[in-house]
Design a protein around this ligand. Structure first.
Ligand code: MF3
Ligand code: CO
Length: 238
């Protein structure tokens, strides 16, 4: 899973390096696809439940599952969430990050910072004996105390031989509740945090998830292994 994680993290980094004003989300998807394939892996999302691309690219008020498109061009001030998975030697990696296109508003930056920091705060709580609810509670509390809201309809998950495995890892919940973490488990923790209300809707394409109020959303995700010594983030780039 280290191998899958490194390729996943590398693909996300390559995407971040390639992002520029005027670039289409389709071309960004090509960068990710080519990185994964040239490293001997397969894009985990391509054809998953019929998904048509290698990455999910979600701009501004798109929360998750944005489908890359030639007509969607990145503009200065956009925030763009990129979600990537790579499969190699029988295992998946899964990671996401929200990037800024040029200079962005302080409000957009605050949303991105809160979402990212809540992910790292949650990862710090990963250890044998901790509960899934401990993670959920940390993410919820971190973001809600800063005035942001937590998406309820989509959650993190176990990851391994399949992209989505038990247990579910919600971004809201009660400390001390839920399944206990044990060494050897690997989970994808993935806060999806809205600037305005928590409500989301799925577009008629069956994939694209947007905020109902049209405000911004951010998404950060890492694949994290539980070990006796604590968390190991598998999806950092080399
Ligand atoms: N990356 C998503 C997750 O974090 C899943 C993507 S759905 C797919 O769980 F269809 F695009 F693969
Ligand atoms: Co995931």
């Amino acid at each position: 899973m280290k191998k899958a994680g490194l390729i996943t993290g590398g693909a996300l980094k390559a995407a971040g390096n390639a992002i520029h004003e005027g670039m289409s989300t389709y071309d960004l998807d090509r960068v990710i696809h080519d990185y994964i394939v040239s490293h001997g892996a397969k894009p985990s999302f391509l054809h998953y439940s019929g998904y048509p691309a290698s990455a999910c690219i979600s701009v501004n008020d798109t929360v998750i599952h944005g489908i890359p498109s030639k007509s969607e061009k990145l503009k200065k001030g956009d925030i763009v969430s990129i979600d990537v998975g790579a499969y190699i030697d029988g295992y998946h990696g899964d990671s996401a990050k929200t990037f800024a296109v040029g200079e962005i508003s302080p409000e957009a930056q605050a949303l991105m910072d809160s979402t990212e920091q809540s992910l790292y705060a949650a990862i710090e709580a990963v250890r044998p004996g901790a509960r899934i609810g401990d993670i959920s509670h940390i993410v919820q509390e971190y973001n809600e105390s800063r005035g942001f809201s937590v998406v309820r309809q989509y959650v993190g998950h176990g990851v391994g031989r399949d992209l989505h495995e038990d247990p579910e890892v919600p971004n809201f919940g009660r400390a001390g509740h839920g399944p206990r973490l044990v060494p050897g488990m690997v989970i994808a923790i993935e806060p999806m945090i809205n600037q305005g209300g928590a409500q989301v809707k799925v577009l008629p394409d069956g994939w694209t998830v947007k905020t109902v109020d049209g405000k911004l959303s951010a998404h950060f995700e890492h694949t994290v292994a539980v070990t006796a010594d604590g968390p190991v983030i598998l999806t950092l780039a080399e």
